[in-house]
Design a protein around this ligand. Sequence first.
Ligand SMILES: [Zn+2]
Length: 400
Amino acid sequence: MYDHREIARAMDLFHFEEHSPGMIFWHPMGWRLYRVIEDYMRGVYESYGFLEVRSPIALSRALWEKSGHWEKFREGIFVVGSLDKDKEDLTPDYALKPMSCPAHVGIYKSARRSYREMPIRLMEFGMVHRNEPSGTLSGCMRLRQFVQDDVHIFCQEADIQNEIRNFLNMVSEVYKAFGYEKFSIKISLRPEKRLGSDALWDKAEGALRDACEALKYAYELLPGEGAFYGPKIEVSLEDHLGRSWQCGTIQVDFNLPQIFDLAFVNSEGIFEQPVMLHQAVLGSIERWIGILLESHGALPLWLAPVQVAVAPISDKSAQWALYVASKLRRNGVRVELAKRDATISKKIRELFERKIPLIAVVGEQEAAKGTVNLRRLGVSGQQEIELLDLEQELRNLVSH
Ligand SMILES: [Zn+2]
């Protein structure tokens, strides 16, 4: 079994420091990986009709009191205070957001909304802070600072089922792209203490079930496990080692629209309260990366921070190496030129230790013929291949 921290060290992705427990110092290669994932998700969200937003990471205490988070998550909230000069005490005026919901509510409320623009689907790569006990912190898997693909959909009751289907289609597309073929679905139903009428719960729970059935997904029902504010779906992926990770979720919320007095003008010109859905496909991006590293060991080509290392055997083939590297870069391939002064066997060993999927070795012979000698991570042997053919092969492989 792999430990994602060891793999991250071998690949030089990030480190932790005692000054910031539970927070990641991303190195260039780790940040590149992070951004590949973020860019990919941005594209998926755009293709499903989501609008990206960005909101502040600190919001006033009064807002968190209103949303109920101050009371319920007080222990987990990092407060930001201003120094009271007389008492030399901190007055907790603000909180670092543990989630982005109230901020997206603010964006919704910034304009008068009409049924014509519904559903409004807001998405943020939202940086959140949660003061987890230090004993529970564990690499990327549990952090105090992380980024969620945090989504809030404001819609009409009749839209719920369609939004759930949208979500399940996204989950299936995204998980497959990252190499996970299997996932399981749990639906949490009404608890004893709850908000909203039984008719509303019937409708919402029915919409969750109908969406799963329409897409022919099996699901497990968890009676009584829903939040007081609405039912939810939780999706767990199965990794290559057969382990299960809960990542995706979509939750129906009748509570926040009521607390924050949300409204839209319906087709009869009357104010109506929207339903709010909270959604995440990856969950925490940092934890997603941890799971990726542990389940894959080495990353698939489209995710690798360096996809091809070009390694010249000596100075005599340096020119050709430079040409190969720049040619591949122009095709959108993430390339590193291994210029370090070392024997070729040492270079290859070190590059593979960093889990770079492809190494193109070039010597004088290859330079004369316009080829490279290709080695693949985890595959023994080598293959002489023309630069043009390599370009062609990579064009199909570097994106997901
Ligand atoms: Zn939320």
